[in-house]
Design a protein around this ligand. Structure first.
Ligand SMILES: *Cc1c(COP(=O)(O)O)cnc(C)c1O
Length: 232
């Protein structure tokens, strides 16, 4: 990788870090409560490794196979986040590699993960994906469906259900605020009904809208484009 690419990455990261801090200040939140997950799906393992050298150790991929491939090439200090759909036939191979599974989008998948976690004696952290923007084409539980999941969550003893995840529509950032707010409200409602899992986390905010997501309580933001785009 050439020096210019590395410098570009460093400058993007610095600018993103500044914007994260400013959003935390506006929201009266601590910077330590927001974790940046760098989404490396569009870049090579080499560029992902350069980011790790710059101190970003939380990396996300949306396809299991690509996560397996990069996990094999990158240092062991990386904490991997699967942020896209997980097919049930890929659970067994994915579980040992990931710290977080962000997009659990059906009860069937939840139960398959619970069974695999029991078999492998692991306690993976999972987030439930909610289609909080209500777009017809989008994966995830509908808001009303998710609101009824408390008994299902409570019955899980091998998974750590840690919260909720959503993707806002690709619209003007300020217009994404209601989506993020409804995810947080849903989390609050579910937490009142669930006693054996702490739903502390909200994975929301991408390049387009991460500052609004932080203002609305995001604990994990998932950024690709703003980190890897060319500055010239
Ligand atoms: C690609 C992707 C991201 C990152 O999107 P950018 O707009 O490039 O920041 C975040 N979350 C998910 C689920 C993705 O697939």
């Amino acid at each position: 990788m050439d020096e210019r690419t590395r410098e570009n990455l460093r400058a993007n990261l610095e600018s993103v870090e500044h914007r994260i801090q400013q959003a935390c200040v506006r929201a009266g939140r601590s910077r330590a409560d927001v974790t940046l997950v760098a989404v490396t799906k569009t870049v090579t393992a080499e560029i992902a490794a350069a980011l790790v050298e710059l101190g970003v150790v939380n990396l996300g991929e949306n396809r299991p196979q690509e996560l397996w491939r990069k996990a094999d090439l990158l240092p062991k200090e990386v904490q991997w986040h699967l942020i896209g759909h997980l097919q049930r036939n890929k659970i067994e191979r994915t579980l040992p590699l990931v710290e977080w599974i962000h997009a659990v989008d059906s009860v069937r998948l939840l139960h398959a993960l619970e069974e695999a976690a029991a078999n492998q004696q692991r306690r993976p952290r999972v987030l439930l994906e909610v289609n909080a923007s209500g777009e017809a084409t989008k994966q995830g539980f509908a808001l009303t469906e998710a609101a009824g999941l408390a008994p299902t969550i409570e019955a899980l003893t091998h998974l750590h259900v840690c919260g909720l995840m959503t993707m806002a529509a690709p619209i003007e950032p300020e217009a994404c605020r209601p989506t993020f707010r409804s995810l947080r409200n849903l989390r609050d409602t579910l937490q009142r009904e669930v006693s054996n899992h702490r739903l502390d986390h909200l994975s929301m905010g991408m390049s387009n809208d991460f500052e609004i997501a932080i203002e609305e309580g995001a604990t994990y933001i998932r950024l690709g484009t703003v980190l890897f785009e060319s500055r010239d």
